[in-house]
Design a protein around this ligand. Structure first.
Ligand code: ARG
Ligand code: GLU
Length: 716
């Protein structure tokens, strides 16, 4: 009897906590935090919701910014100093690097404001205000409308509303659906356009451990860089000018010297990009079983070939370092995602939830067959989703020779559509893109990747959906033969390709039409669009409509659960605690790493694990200044905050809103939090604020930058 009850309990437990929303799951909308204030205080917070987000008063949100559109940053001095990740500022740091002045390798610290380096095109955006505009957006929308009618009604409503939104002349607005279009939000934003590089550690600190340690805990990376916002005379946004002045912020985050202890409250404030928490079990199973395996296998194949070449030749290593990092980042994330989904039985958990959902809505005709419909759409789209992976991964992302093909094809199309003028306008872009491409291109290496991936495509691709030429011409030796033709042609040769740009538009058009690589690319693209892309988009529409209803249905069926919208690149708050974890089959991981661990990983001369001499000396002398903890120097720590891509560079704050860390990654198995957050293994990784201060002050001797900040120490 007892065993039976126990079994019942074990079986029913997940059903009784339906959305299984645990301690620290959630990417919360900052303007709705009142509802969570109690829970946040129970977790240790000493602030109010109003301290975090307020329209009328200064709040933490005024120090948080969208950095360059894809990352997050925060203001950490009264002179507009911005903290973000090294990997977020990477493009700018690289752009300023030359052989004589190698910022990536040596680091950079502006001695005075005059030394700070401008970055054309780089912007930072603050959120001024968020408002719920659901009633306005959905006015006149009825249940029996077609999707197209519904969308055009909403678009019209929001367009009509836009001019009446209260804002300053230099502020922008945009609208975003949340909960699959059940609700709509308005964002009023302010974007600064003069953002200068102030400081960065060398790669051997900022990218320490590189791809081997990426997504991995224990971690020892000082992944930070510093920028400064400049403003016009009125402190408002202005184009770059030497006369601009450092931005005087509404709020800047004090930086804590107090450090972190297991169990401490943490709040991460930033711009998470995309999550899908509310999908049915069948869709999660599709990602786990059908979508992730082929894309992992494709990237695996390419990475092996690139790795061998990069290890054999230093020039190749430099040429391919950033391409390799890009391919490896998502590859590794998907592997971890699958491990985590399996280990936490995410699909099973979702299924038990759905059983409960079915019971609750059984008698409701609106939702009655909803899950069956969703499951059947998922079953239908699965082969299309898989076919999309093969095409996108191989043709669009990994085989490089299709990149110049795309540029030249577009140039010829501009000429066909807009004549001489269209051609002339577009030509400079193509010229600089191609020059950049060929600088880091090794055709022999790309040929090897091409052969391996096309063979894989011919072997594993779906003959019903992929172009027949894949199976006819690229199986086995076919790929080798095709490659020797294609890679002895124009596009494999930088000089010959760039020479095309000196031809007349007609002659270029003729060359484009005759080129075998461009011909192959066009065939594959148009076949893909017709056979896979278009049906997939139609099914995606069907899926979205039902997800909108399923989302609403979940909220009705489980009304006691707190809900948060999926990440969509808008400002969110996540909170949690400093917290270690127990990976499967390994000893428990502590929540903090130390500089001694950097030294343990040190491999002299290695491109991932070299350590600067100065840093080794400081560790040897235990010369940590005021930043160490006893006889150790903290480096990184982990917490149970729910984050995703886009949260890179997000400030991590303590119970009082002081900066204690800088978010930059998640632990490997925890990357499944994009589909199903599980508090047992989902952890975010942060650089300890004390390590950042130590590197600036003790390692780089840039004490003047630390002096700008407001340092606090509440622990002592
Ligand atoms: N995994 C982190 C993110 O998704 C860091 C990526 C940059 N580092 C790298 N080795 N690729 O952005
Ligand atoms: N590195 C990621 C980024 O660039 C953050 C890590 C994550 O995905 O959580 O946003």
């Amino acid at each position: 009897m007892r065993i039976l009850r126990l079994l019942l309990f074990v079986f029913l437990f997940p059903v009784f906590s339906p959305v299984s929303l645990q301690a620290h799951e959630g990417m919360w909308l900052p303007h709705l935090l009142q509802q969570l204030e109690g829970r946040m205080r129970e977790t240790g917070m000493r602030m109010s919701a109003e301290d975090i987000y307020s329209v009328n008063n200064t709040s933490l949100k005024d120090a948080v910014l969208h950095f360059g559109g894809g990352c997050t940053g925060s203001v950490i001095s009264k002179e507009g100093l911005v903290l973000t990740n090294h990997h977020c500022g990477y493009g700018q740091i690289q752009a300023h690097s030359t052989v004589e002045r190698h910022l990536l390798r040596d680091g950079f610290w502006a001695g005075t404001k005059a030394d700070e380096l401008p970055n054309p095109g780089l912007t930072v955006t603050f959120i001024r205000r968020i408002e719920d505009v659901t009633d306005i957006a959905l006015a006149g929308v009825t249940a029996d409308m077609s999707e197209a009618e519904r969308q055009s009604t909403i678009d019209r409503n929001l367009n009509d509303h836009a001019p009446s939104v209260r804002r300053e002349a230099d502020e922008d607005i945009f609208f975003r659906p949340i909960y699959y279009g059940n609700q709509y939000l308005l964002f009023v934003t302010l974007t600064y356009r003069d953002v200068r590089l102030v400081g960065t550690p060398p790669e051997s600190i900022g990218k320490f451990g590189a791809d081997t340690d990426n997504w991995v805990w224990p971690r020892h990376t000082g992944d930070f860089s510093l920028f400064r916002i400049y403003a016009g005379p009125d402190n408002r946004p202005a184009d770059y000018s030497p006369d601009n002045r450092p931005y005087d912020p509404v709020h800047h985050l004090p930086v804590s010297l107090g450090g972190v202890k297991e169990g401490d409250f943490t709040l991460v404030y930033g711009f998470p990009g995309r999550t899908q928490q509310y999908l049915p079990a069948s869709a999660v199973a599709m990602t786990l079983e059908s979508v992730n395996p082929p894309r992992i296998a494709i990237r695996d194949t390419a990475l092996h070939i690139l790795d061998r070449a990069m290890r054999a030749d230093e020039k190749t290593r430099l040429q391919y370092a950033s391409k390799y990092a890009r391919i490896a980042n998502a590859w590794k994330k998907w592997i971890g995602e699958n491990q985590g989904l399996t280990q936490t039985r995410a699909v099973w958990k979702k299924k038990s939830l759905e059983a409960e959902f079915r019971e609750r809505v059984e008698s409701d005709p609106r939702y009655h067959s909803l899950l069956e419909e969703l499951d059947s759409i998922v079953a239908t789209v699965t082969p299309y989703e898989v076919a999309a992976q093969y095409h996108n991964e191989i043709i669009l992302r990994t085989v490089e020779i299709f990149t110049p093909a795309r540029w030249l094809q577009t140039l010829a199309a501009r000429y066909a559509e807009n004549g001489e003028k269209g051609y002339a306008d577009y030509l400079p872009r193509v010229r600089s893109a191609l020059a950049g491409f060929y600088k880091d291109y090794r055709p022999d290496l790309d040929k090897e990747v091409f052969v391996a991936l096309m063979q894989l495509y011919a072997q594993e691709g779906d003959p019903r959906l992929a172009h027949p030429i894949i199976f006819q011409s690229f199986a086995g030796d076919g790929a080798v033969q095709m490659a020797s033709t294609l890679y002895s042609g124009t596009l494999a040769d930088a000089a010959r390709t760039l020479a095309l740009l000196d031809l007349s538009p007609e002659a270029l058009t003729n060359a484009v039409q005759a080129d075998p690589v461009i011909g192959l690319y066009e065939q594959l693209q148009s076949h893909y669009k017709r056979e896979v892309g278009q049906p997939l988009a139609r099914w995606q529409d069907e899926m979205d409509q039902r997800m909108r209803r399923y989302m609403a249905a979940q909220m009705e069926a489980f009304p006691d659960q707190p809900y948060y919208p999926d990440a969509n690149g808008t400002l969110r708050v996540t909170f949690g605690q400093v917290e270690g974890y127990q990976p499967e089959g390994r000893p428990r991981y502590e929540c903090q790493t130390w500089l001694s661990g950097v030294i343990e990983k040190y491999v002299p001369g290695d491109y991932e694990f070299d350590v600067p001499a100065r840093l080794r000396e400081l560790e040897e002398r235990k010369d940590y200044g005021p930043y160490g903890e006893g006889d150790r120097m903290p480096v990184c720590f982990i917490g149970s905050n729910h984050t995703t891509g886009g949260n890179s560079g997000s400030p991590a704050m303590d119970a009082d809103g002081h900066l204690i860390g800088l978010n930059f990654d998640r632990v490997w198995e925890g990357t499944m939090s994009d589909l199903n957050f599980d508090p047992s293994i989902c952890r975010n990784i942060m650089v300890d604020a004390r390590y950042i201060l130590f590197i600036i002050d003790k390692f780089a001797g840039a004490r003047h930058i630390v002096d700008e900040m407001t340092l606090v120490n509440t622990r002592r």
